[in-house]
Design a protein around this ligand. Structure first.
Ligand SMILES: [Zn+2]
Length: 310
């Protein structure tokens, strides 16, 4: 499912507050920043980096992920056109910079920032490992979560229940699935690259096998009407349904099946990574073209390494 005509019209009716979206496919690189209303107070904002989820409930305001400082400011300005309320909660779905670099902008407007405990640890580890280059201006001080959880976390905020759940390693070892229970909308963070060669962050504890499995578990934990927000999406399609999760799970499983076959046959790694997954996944694109971390060859290599460990 993509944004429907009805949702688009609902967005258009808020034209005084938000830039108009001419076509939902522009979500990845919109001509103007856009907050798109989804359902029961939940919206999606795309400008640069991972999709931001917004809940404006009765007596509650929640923001999921913060992109970058400049785009977080644009998002916050859009929210402020609606409400002056303090943000009850900012959630980081995981530690990557395109989901947490705007934390500092949201921090002053927010009561708390929450993330999985591994996400907070990885954010600190990444910051410590990336000192600014000699002569470069000092990097902005990272803003870390002030609350973490290990398995599940849930809180009533306004007339909505926000539930975070950790399903084990996937894209990293600290990804949260964020469910707005009454709205029946789920923010997947980067556990969903919709029809894209998603980034498998091996140094941060990613697991292709568990990632494929957990997507099936997420589908089982929700229902046919659940609407999902994706961290990144092919052609700007950053919302969808359970079928999209199962499709990406099939892609991850296909990587591993091919890798296990190659390891069993003794195919050399450098030969294996030049292969393909066949026609089914031929329309997958790269979130970051020409970067091996976001390519089929890169993912085949990581699957080969994961399959070789067993
Ligand atoms: Zn990520």
């Amino acid at each position: 499912m993509t944004l429907s005509r009805r949702q688009f019209v609902a967005t258009s009716s808020s034209a005084a507050l938000y830039a108009l979206l001419v076509d939902h496919r522009l979500l990845a690189q919109p001509a103007a920043p856009t907050i798109v209303e989804l359902r029961r107070g939940v919206s999606a904002f795309s400008l640069r980096g991972g999709t931001i989820g917004i809940l404006q409930a009765r007596d509650g305001l929640v923001i999921v992920d913060s992109q970058y400082a400049d785009t977080a400011k644009v998002c916050l300005d859009g929210v402020r056109a609606r409400t002056a309320r303090t943000i009850d909660l900012v959630v980081n779905t995981h530690h990557h910079g395109d989901h947490t670099s705007g934390n500092g902008v949201l921090r002053a407007a927010a009561a708390r920032i929450v993330a999985h405990e591994n996400s907070a640890a990885l954010q600190r580890k990444t910051a410590a490992a990336s000192p600014p280059a000699a002569g470069a201006p000092p990097a902005p001080v990272p803003t870390y979560p002030d609350a973490t959880y290990s398995s599940t976390w849930s809180e009533r905020i306004g007339d909505e229940t926000v539930a975070l759940k950790y399903y084990g390693p996937g894209h990293t070892s600290g990804d949260s699935v964020v469910t707005f229970e009454q709205a029946n909308v789920v923010h997947m963070g980067d556990l969903m690259f919709n029809r894209m060669h998603g980034f498998v962050d091996v140094p941060s504890g990613a697991s292709i096998a568990n990632w494929a499995s957990l997507l099936e578990l997420v589908v089982k934990a929700h229902d046919r009407d659940t609407l999902y927000i994706f961290g990144h999406g092919n052609a700007g399609t950053v919302t969808g349904a359970s079928a999209d999760l199962l499709e990406f799970s099939a892609y991850l499983q296909a990587l591993l099946t091919a890798a296990h076959d190659a390891v069993k046959k003794g195919t050399p790694r450098d030969e294996f990574v030049k292969g393909s997954l066949g026609a089914r996944f031929a329309d997958y694109t790269s979130p970051v073209p020409n970067n091996p971390n976001f390519s089929l060859a890169g993912n085949l290599g990581k699957a080969f390494d994961e399959a070789s460990k067993k």
